[in-house]
Design a protein around this ligand. Structure first.
Ligand code: FAD
Length: 279
């Protein structure tokens, strides 16, 4: 039995914490974060497993749906084409039905879930496995030396400051949430994507290195116009809210481990195993 501190309570931190406890329930584990859901930014086998639960539909809102991705330029198959179910190219007839300007498109079936339900569920799961949570800001990983044998750093955008990871940068995203239960499929036209579950998410702007978390009226107008062009019935959808978040962008995902030597509070040298997990 050892002690593990997980920094970060977004989807990466909470999923990592639950996985560690599911593998070894004797571990003494604490999730340390300054923000918890719904204030964090927020994946196929795990979703498949979760989808078999009794509460997959009512609480976790995990479901499978067909997605149509189309672009105005011809492009190559995505690298993940073999990972999803039923990947196929759209016929010219299907493309014309979606938009007159599209030249290339594909369809596939995959899992969707709503982070607003999934993260609270992960916190409950963590607690039921004996894990604890601690709300505080960590200024340096040194602070955790002596308290934990292993630290897993899943701090998202926070890694910029916490571990000076200059490759982590914000990708500002604005989305609109509307009520349109008649929409049963997901579409992605160039960069405009939306998912369905009664509540439909429209958009997903992506501005690199932009820290502004205020809702922008021009973005709202642009998202409404472009998605309504694709599916005119969206003009009738009731707006629920607009939301901006900063995706923790990184030139490549960071999944690595290292051993750090620190002085603990009493001045004794301590060794801390640190795992990094940043998307
Ligand atoms: C508009 C928008 C739409 C998106 N759509 C999708 C989508 O459709 N599909 C998809 O897969 N992804 C989507 N994403 C991306 C996805 O939300 C993120 O990639 C994901 O949430 C990142 O999770 P994370 O756990 O790495 O970071 P976060 O959720 O940002 O969590 C970081 C955690 O670390 C904590 N933390 C950081 N620094 C410190 C510190 N110094 N001390 C203590 N705690 C600290 C924070 O408090 C927080 O708890 C979208 C993002 C946005 C903004």
């Amino acid at each position: 039995m050892g002690s593990v501190g997980v920094v970060g309570a977004g989807i990466i931190g909470l999923s990592s914490a639950v996985c560690i406890l599911e593998r070894d329930p004797t571990v003494k584990l604490t999730v340390i974060a300054d923000k918890f859901t719904p204030n964090t930014t927020t994946t196929m086998e795990e979703l498949e497993r979760l989808s078999q639960r009794d509460d997959a539909g009512s609480y976790l809102t995990i479901y499978k749906t067909t997605t149509f991705d189309v672009t105005d330029e011809s492009c190559e198959d995505p690298f993940w084409a073999d990972l999803v179910d039923g990947y196929r190219h759209l016929s010219q007839k299907e493309l014309a039905q979606i938009s007159k300007t599209t030249k290339f498109g594909y369809s596939f079936t995959t899992w969707f879930f709503n982070g607003r339900n999934y993260l609270p569920w992960l916190i409950e799961r963590l607690k039921s496995l004996g894990g604890t949570i601690s709300k505080k800001t960590i200024n340096s990983l040194d602070e955790l030396a002596g308290s934990y044998d292993v630290v897993v750093n899943c701090s998202g955008m926070g890694a910029r400051k916490l571990v000076n990871d200059s490759l982590v940068h914000p990708i500002r995203g604005q989305v609109l949430r509307v009520y349109a239960p008649w929409i049963k499929q997901a579409y992605c036209l160039n960069t405009k994507e939306w998912h369905t579950n009664g509540e439909v998410v429209l958009g997903g702007t992506a501005y690199h290195n932009n820290f502004d978390t205020r809702v922008n009226a021009d973005d709202t107008r642009h998202i409404l116009e472009s998605t309504s062009q694709l599916v005119p019935s969206l003009k009738q959808a009731r707006m629920i809210n607009a939301w901006v978040g900063l995706r923790p962008g990184r030139t490549s995902a960071r999944l690595e481990k290292e051993e750090k030597r620190f002085r603990d509070k009493s001045g004794k040298e301590a060794c801390l195993k640190v795992g990094f997990w940043n998307t």
